[in-house]
Ligand binder design. Structure first.
Ligand code: FE2
Ligand code: FE2
Length: 489
């Protein structure tokens, strides 16, 4: 087995919370079908508006979190959108942000995005069904997303103003928004700023500043708070505004805007909570992966105990397990939920999740080599894995542990294309790939974990329990007991 890499120089250190969230906002961009940096640019626009209307430092800090995390609940309705519209959730979400303000715009959008790859008959049938059920379907899609986003924001210890700001993102000034039809000043201020900023980002990217100004002005008093539209127009006329927005280092510009007295440092414990919360965002993308990241983390840490992984590597290992599939936020639900075999192009798209995982996590400086460890979870010892075709000692010990935990959970859970395997069958298949795909010591640790019904207690049950809405440690314990019983049988 390859040696551990040098302990992280950042271990036990903290880093600005804004930096961590800026990096993770890329994952939310992907889920929304937006290009990298959409959330960062939206955040920068919103902060300019916040400054212009004279928000205080504490409010500016909360506004920053709303703007960066506005799409925190976005993965939770992805599978449902694909199911209802028979359409790629990411394309749907991308285009939904560009819907015009005119009468019938939403209906035209629904028709255009219903079953795009099906026959005209199927398309019309889907569109008709969607339009007939439109009000309730639309509301439930928005409600799922808003509530999940607010729930995760609360788990991340943000104040209620941040949770409410995220929950109200799709409400409109005229009361015709979603999901609750809040109106005027009844819509949280941070939500009003976020919706306006988001639209400016999307339309200015697509059609330039004039297009953005036109869309904003024409929706003043309907979609948008007129006072905020005026503030934005003053900012937009400021020399250098659009040039600054277009800068590649917009993330650094955001850091410069942080009020010094309100900088929040994320320590190790908080970083763990953030990783757990994003594990929940990842798992929400598909009904078939509910709890996957949390279970992989639990199995990984149990195996780490058995293998004697040093304490200095435990935090990285757990975060890598929680976030190993974060790149799946950039994979279409049509592929994730496909009930049959993937074709070659679909398989390539599916495989891209590993690369995306590395790219997203590699941006978080405090996580050091986490990106490399997590990106490699589908590599094989014989070099036949992906995304890089690493082999032998090129695959770190941490990755090998996560890989085995991931395989075990994937095999013993239902998938769109097959039912869950018996634990004994999964253990047999994994054991057969020792040496070619997986590491012998890790598989031995998995066997010990399952046959002895071991579980770990790392003091995370509070976080898990909170995220899962119950006693998650009990759920995990039950799953291990079931696994042990099944293996013995
Ligand atoms: Fe994966
Ligand atoms: Fe996985």
């Amino acid at each position: 087995m390859s040696p551990f890499v040098t302990p992280s120089p950042h271990h036990g250190r903290s880093m600005p919370l804004g930096d961590v969230l800026s990096a993770l906002s890329l994952a939310l961009d992907l889920t929304e079908g937006q290009p990298e940096g959409h959330s960062l640019r939206t955040c920068w626009i919103g902060l300019q508006i916040g400054q212009r209307i004279g928000l205080g430092e504490a409010e500016m800090q909360d506004l920053r979190y709303v703007l960066l995390l506005k799409d925190l609940g976005c993965s939770s309705n992805a599978a449902r959108i694909s199911e209802v519209f028979k359409s790629c959730d990411m394309t749907f979400k991308r285009d939904h942000k560009r819907v015009g303000a005119g009468a019938g715009a939403m209906a035209r959008f629904a028709v255009a995005h219903a079953a795009p790859s099906c026959s005209i008959v199927q398309k019309l049938r889907t569109a008709t069904g969607v339009l007939l059920a439109s009000a309730s379907v639309t509301r439930s899609l928005f409600e799922t997303r808003c509530m999940k986003g607010a729930q995760i924001a609360r788990r991340l210890r943000f104040p209620e103003a941040v949770a409410q700001g995220i929950a109200g993102l799709d409400e409109r000034w005229d009361g015709r928004g979603q999901p609750y039809g809040l109106k005027g000043e009844g819509v949280p201020l941070f939500s009003r700023i976020a919706l306006l900023s988001q639209l400016v980002e999307v339309f200015s990217r697509d059609g330039g500043p004039l297009k953005a100004l036109h869309e904003v002005s024409s929706r003043s008093g309907t979609w948008f708070d007129p006072r905020l539209v005026s503030a934005f127009c003053v900012e937009a006329a400021r020399p250098g505004f659009w040039e600054e927005l277009a800068r590649a280092d917009i993330g650094d510009r955001l850091a410069d805007l942080a009020p010094a007295g309100y900088m929040v440092e994320a320590d190790d414990e908080y970083l763990d909570d953030i990783a757990s919360a994003f594990g929940d965002v990842i798992d929400a993308k598909s009904p078939f992966t509910g709890g996957h990241s949390l279970r992989v983390a639990d199995y990984t840490m149990t195996m780490a105990d058995i293998l004697g992984v040093p304490a200095s590597r435990r935090a990285l290992l757990r975060r890598a397990a929680l976030l190993h599939d974060i790149g799946k936020l950039g994979v279409s639900s049509l592929i994730l939920e496909k009930p049959g075999r993937l074709d070659a192009a679909e398989w390539e798209h599916m495989k891209s999740h590993a690369t995306l995982t590395g790219r997203i996590l590699g941006r978080i400086r405090a996580f050091d080599d986490l990106g490399e460890v997590a990106e490699a979870h589908h590599e094989r010892l014989d070099g036949a894995g992906y995304p890089r075709g690493l082999s032998g000692d090129q695959i770190r010990r941490e990755t090998r542990i996560v890989s085995v935990a991931d395989m075990f959970d994937a095999m013993t859970a239902d998938r769109p294309y097959r039912s869950a395997m018996q634990v004994s069958e999964a253990l047999r298949l994994i054991s057969e790939s020792v040496g070619s795909a997986v590491d012998a010591d890790c598989v031995e640790a998995l066997n010990v974990m399952v046959t002895e019904g071991r579980r770990v207690s790392h003091g995370w049950s509070g976080v898990f329990g909170g995220l899962c809405g119950g006693d998650a440690s009990g759920v995990i314990s039950q799953s291990l007991r079931r696994a042990a019983a099944s293996a013995v049988a």
